[in-house]
Design a protein around this ligand. Structure first.
Ligand SMILES: *Cc1c(COP(=O)(O)O)cnc(C)c1O
Length: 390
C-alpha cells in the first residue's frame, strides 16, 4: 500500500490508488461461516422457514437478554418495524423528528399518512434539540420520534418531559444504537418503544431485519398481530395487519452475529481510537466524540470539518473515493431537502439552520473488522493532504 505525503501522491492527481479493493462504509460484520451453516442446515431439516419459527423466537429472546428489555418483536426490516410501531401507538396528524437522520425515519411516517415535522439538532451531539421540539408542537402533534444518531442516545429525559407535558407519544428510532447506553440505562428501554434495524450495514446484522423492543406487554402483543396480517389464530383476524415477519434464515444470521458482537465492537473501538488519534494532530477536522459515561458501539466514525474547511468536504470525499475508500456524506443534505418533503415543506430550511450547517461538514469513514490500523493511517493522510494543500 502506498503512503500519501503530498497532493501529488493522491490518486485524483493520476497516481495509483492506495487500495486495490474498495473499503466500504457499512461493510457487513460477519461471524464465522460454520455456525451460520449449521443453523441453516437445521432450517432445512425442520422445513420451518418463516411464521414465527424457532430461530426467530430464539433471536428475540437473545435480543431481550442483551438489552435488558421485556419484549422484542422481530420484523423483516427496520422501516416496517417503524411503521408497525407508529400504527400500534395510534399516531395521527404530525410527528416531530430530526431532519438529520436516515430518510427511512421520515418515510415511515409519510407512508402511514402522517406528517413528519422536522426539528433542528444540537450541533455538539448531532441529536434532536428538545427546545426545537417544543417550538414545533401544534394541536395536531401526536408524537415525537427521537433518533439516537450515530449510536449516541438522544436527550431521552428532556423528550420524555415534553411528551408528558403535552400528552404525546414518544418512541425512538434506535437503528444506529444497538448495544449503546445512556449511563447505565441501555438503549431499548426508552419511550413507549424503540425500533432497531439489523440491515446488512448495521453493527448487528441479520441480512435484512428489524425489531421493536418495548417494556409494554399490550403494545408488544398488538405489534405481533400487526406483523402477521392481524391473525390471532387460524381464520381469526383481529387487526388490519401487514406482513412484517422475519424469516428463519435472517434470524440465524442475527443469532450468530450477536454471538460475535463483542468482537465487532472491540474492533470498532480500536479503529475509532486510531482515527481520533490521527485526527487530533490535524487542524481543520475532528472525529465526533462520544460521552465516556455512555456505552457506544463505535459503528460510525464521523469526521466533522471546522467551519473554515467545510468547503473542502466534497473534495475530501472525491479524494478518498479515488483511493478506493468509499467514504460517505450521510445524511446530506437532510431529509427536509429530499423528496417529497422539500416540495411539501419548502420553508423548513428556515428553522433547520444547524442541521444544514452540520450536513455540509460531515464525512463518515469506513470501520469494522475489515479496516486495519495501517488503513486508518493512510485514510487520515489523504484527509490531511487535502486539508493542508490548497
Ligand atoms: C437503517 C436505518 C433505518 C431503516 O432500517 P432498514 O432495516 O434498512 O429498513 C431507519 N432509521 C435509521 C436511522 C437507519 O439508519
Amino acid at each position: 500500500m502506498k503512503q500519501i505525503r503530498t497532493v501529488h501522491d493522491l490518486a485524483v492527481r493520476g497516481a495509483v490508488p492506495a487500495f486495490n479493493e474498495p473499503l466500504h462504509v457499512g461493510r457487513p460484520n460477519l461471524a464465522t461461516r460454520d455456525d451460520f451453516m449449521r443453523l441453516t442446515q437445521e432450517i432445512y431439516e425442520r422445513r420451518w422457514l418463516t411464521n414465527n419459527g424457532p430461530l426467530v423466537q430464539e433471536f428475540e429472546s437473545a435480543v431481550c437478554r442483551r438489552l435488558g428489555v421485556r419484549h422484542c418483536v422481530a420484523m423483516c426490516n427496520g422501516t416496517v418495524a417503524l411503521e408497525i410501531a407508529i400504527r400500534a401507538l395510534g399516531l395521527t396528524g404530525e410527528v416531530i423528528l430530526p431532519s438529520w437522520t436516515f430518510v427511512a425515519s421520515a418515510h415511515a411516517l409519510h407512508w402511514q399518512a402522517l406528517t413528519p415535522v422536522f426539528a433542528d439538532i444540537d450541533p455538539s451531539t448531532h441529536n434532536i434539540d428538545p427546545d426545537a421540539v417544543r417550538r414545533l408542537i401544534t394541536p395536531r402533534t401526536s408524537g415525537i420520534l427521537g433518533v439516537h444518531l450515530w449510536g449516541r442516545p438522544a436527550p431521552v429525559d428532556d423528550l420524555q418531559s415534553i411528551a408528558d407535558e403535552f400528552g404525546l407519544q414518544l418512541l425512538f428510532d434506535a437503528a444506529h444504537a444497538f448495544d449503546c447506553s445512556l449511563g447505565a440505562r441501555t438503549v431499548g428501554t426508552f419511550g413507549r418503544c424503540e425500533v432497531l434495524s439489523f440491515h446488512a450495514t448495521k453493527v448487528l446484522n441479520s441480512m435484512e431485519g428489524g425489531a421493536v423492543v418495548t417494556q409494554d406487554s399490550e403494545l408488544a402483543d398488538a405489534m405481533r398481530l400487526m406483523r402477521n396480517f392481524g391473525f390471532r389464530g387460524y381464520d381469526d383476524v383481529a387487526y388490519p395487519g401487514t406482513n412484517g415477519k422475519m424469516v428463519e434464515v435472517c434470524a440465524a444470521m442475527g443469532l450468530v452475529n450477536l454471538a460475535s458482537l463483542d468482537e465487532f465492537v472491540t474492533c470498532n473501538r480500536q479503529n475509532y481510537e486510531a482515527y481520533s488519534d490521527a485526527f487530533s494532530n490535524l487542524s481543520g477536522a475532528s472525529v465526533l466524540k462520544f460521552s465516556p459515561a455512555d456505552r457506544s458501539n463505535f459503528h460510525y466514525v464521523v469526521v466533522e470539518l471546522d467551519d473554515e474547511f467545510a468547503h473542502k468536504r466534497d473534495e475530501i470525499v472525491s479524494a478518498l473515493h479515488a483511493e478506493n475508500v468509499l467514504a460517505r456524506r450521510y445524511f446530506w443534505p437532510g431529509c427536509h431537502k429530499m423528496s417529497p418533503y422539500r416540495e411539501l415543506q419548502p420553508s423548513a430550511s428556515l428553522w433547520l439552520e444547524r442541521t444544514e450547517a452540520v450536513s455540509r461538514k460531515v464525512v463518515v469513514l469506513p470501520t469494522g473488522p475489515s479496516v486495519s490500523l495501517s488503513d486508518i493511517e493512510i485514510i487520515s493522510d489523504v484527509v490531511r493532504v487535502v486539508l493542508t494543500e490548497s
